[in-house]
Design a protein around this ligand. Structure first.
Ligand code: G3P
Ligand code: MG
Length: 245
């Protein structure tokens, strides 16, 4: 029987990204300040295979750079500002995954690390993420490696079998049980509006942890917890933590 990989009931999605620039050290620090015990972040790689924390394939939306992140060297990415999509914040660097891990370690926070490869870079992205985790993740804090990419999860399974994994889906696929078994995943992470009670019950019964994104309304979180969801990813952890601890 699979054991769920428990993170926290309220997880700060890309840090406290409703308020601070997403996937930055500031967003993670703010999440900690408001009482979050766990964050979700996204990771992809530079052209020289260094893992950076960023959601999109391209740099345009969140940074003062442009073009594909994977087309830039780590040295080039180190010089970018990643707070250009939020007014009123100090300039924030585009963080390397290693810096985020160091911060989480000092804050004693758990991590859901989403491996977010640019298509075609599934294997090197998963390998770069696993390298950082192997070298520096403190063993006593909750950690789940997740991905929409089954290829990236298979690489993580084979490279760092001891790290818990989650398959991310939008809607629950018909072969969810087979896929999570094949990838030896302990959790299923999915889009909140697409979950129905029967699916939630089947997933719980299979012994998988069940987490939903992106949940910014208290009523929606209540509905999901009543169905047996273990936790939700939210852009506004301060607000949800007032109702759920
Ligand atoms: O990991 C959960 C969620 O973050 C997946 O979607 O696009 O926000 O990375 P996205
Ligand atoms: Mg994500």
């Amino acid at each position: 029987m699979t054991e769920p990989a428990l993170l926290a009931k309220i997880i700060a999605h890309r840090g406290a990204s409703g308020v601070a620039p997403e996937n930055t050290l500031a967003a993670i620090s703010l999440a900690a300040e408001v009482g979050a015990k766990c964050v979700e972040i996204d990771a992809s790689i530079s052209s020289d295979n260094i893992a950076f924390v960023h959601h999109d394939d391209t740099l345009n939306r969140c940074t003062n750079g442009s073009g594909y992140l994977c087309a830039h060297t780590a040295a080039e990415l180190d010089s970018l500002i990643a707070s250009s999509n939020k007014a009123g914040f100090e300039q924030e660097p585009l963080p390397r995954l290693s810096s985020v891990v160091a911060l989480l370690s000092s804050l004693q926070m758990g991590l859901n690390l989403e491996i977010k490869p640019t298509p075609g870079l599934e294997e090197p992205t998963a390998l770069a993420v696993c390298d950082v985790i192997r070298d520096s993740w403190p063993g006593d804090l909750p950690l789940v490696l997740s991905s929409f990419s089954r290829e990236a999860l298979a690489v993580a399974r084979d490279t760092l079998p001891g790290a818990a994994r989650a398959l991310i889906v939008c809607a629950v696929p018909t072969d969810w049980h087979h896929q999570t078994q094949l990838l030896q995943c302990r959790n299923l992470h999915m889009a909140a509006p697409l979950l129905d009670p029967q699916q939630a019950s089947d997933i719980n019964e299979a012994g998988l942890g069940l987490y939903c994104f992106t949940v910014n309304q208290i009523e929606e979180a209540k509905r999901l917890f009543a169905m047996g969801v273990d936790g939700v990813f939210t852009d506004y952890p301060a607000e949800l933590l007032k109702s759920f601890s």
